[in-house]
Design a protein around this ligand. Structure first.
Ligand code: BDR
Ligand code: CA
Length: 311
């Protein structure tokens, strides 16, 4: 199986991504889960990651707490979407699993140094703080990365936290800038993709019909999570952002995109965290990311439900 580190700020949709990885042990080996502050503060994201592991019976997973705040800015959180805990919805027990003593950043560095070069994939589901810090602290790990697949950004679709910016990039634009400038192979799942993946009633029902405890808990999470978009925009459900990262590793053919230049806005206040995507190649700047724009939504939900059934 492909070796991955999941860097995350759970988040109901992060939880769905972690579950998708756990449901795919033949393809993916989760070397560790590293948490970061984002949707909610670090104490909650670190708690939530362990709750998801326990819910899936994967208490063997190593969970590391990482950065409590962005590299150069004050933390912005999203309780208005995810609730106070970040996993609002179901009634969940506090985790028994312990956090690993190591900091996320040091785990990322150590793993990339110890594993054979070009074998470890970074899956990022939150602000890129831990990765940016690891690259600053240990630049030698950069060429050792196989690929980084991130949920972040938005281009034709615009932003979801400001008119210009998507949440994960907005929270820590400096970290995102370090990553985009690093030269590693990057796949980006922006809002242009994730807004096509709505938790429609028929899809959630298929999940509920699985009848397992993790599936039911996930349904209760998604029912909470989607109320924001349903109430505010009258949409057909909430956008399932983060599982796109894992789905890409399992079935890349579900997604369509282009390799192009992506720059991160770090100076302007109005457009901070904007992902400036050169979709039409109007510049000759380096094509540093494969940016996805389309997804086979039915195929995505089939995959999700098939893999949730295995947990
Ligand atoms: C991203 O921000 C968070 O709210 C979600 O978990 C996702 O990672 C979407 O903009
Ligand atoms: Ca997230």
């Amino acid at each position: 199986p492909r070796k991955i580190i999941i860097d995350t700020d759970p988040g109901q949709d992060d939880a769905a991504a972690i579950m998708l990885a756990f449901g795919s042990p033949e393809e993916l080996e989760v070397l560790g889960i590293t948490t970061v502050a984002g949707n909610v503060p670090l104490s909650y994201t670190s708690r939530n990651a362990r709750i998801v592991c326990e819910l899936c019976g994967r208490t063997d997973t190593k969970v590391f707490a990482g950065a409590a705040k962005p590299i150069a800015r004050k933390l912005v959180t999203a309780e208005h979407v995810h609730g106070k805990t970040g996993l609002d919805g179901p009634v969940l027990d506090e985790p028994n699993m312990q956090l690993q003593p190591q900091h996320s950043v040091d785990f990322i560095i150590e793993t990339l140094r110890n594993e054979p070069e070009g074998t470890v994939t970074l899956c990022t589901l939150g602000p890129l703080t831990n990765i940016g810090m690891a690259f600053q602290k240990a630049p030698d790990i950069i060429p050792r990365i196989r690929e980084l697949v991130m949920m972040g950004g938005g281009f034709f679709e615009g932003g979801n936290i400001t008119p210009a910016a998507e949440f994960n990039i907005y929270v820590d634009p400096e970290a995102a800038d370090i990553v985009l400038c690093s030269g590693i192979p990057i796949v980006m799942m922006p809002l242009d993709v994730t807004h096509k993946l709505l938790t429609r009633k028929d899809r959630v029902k298929r999940m509920a019909d699985l009848g397992t405890r993790p599936a039911i808990a996930m349904v209760e999470m998604l029912e909470f999570f989607e109320r924001f978009d349903v109430e505010k925009y009258g949409s057909d459900g909430g956008p399932l952002h983060d599982p796109t990262v894992i789905a890409y590793l399992l079935k890349p053919e579900l997604f369509k995109g282009r390799t192009c230049n992506v720059e991160i806005e770090v100076t302007s206040e109005l457009t901070a965290g904007m992902t400036v995507v050169d979709w039409w190649h109007v510049t000759d700047r380096k094509r540093n990311a494969q940016v996805m724009r389309d997804v086979d939504a039915d195929g995505f939900f089939d995959l999700l439900i098939e893999r949730f059934a295995r947990i």
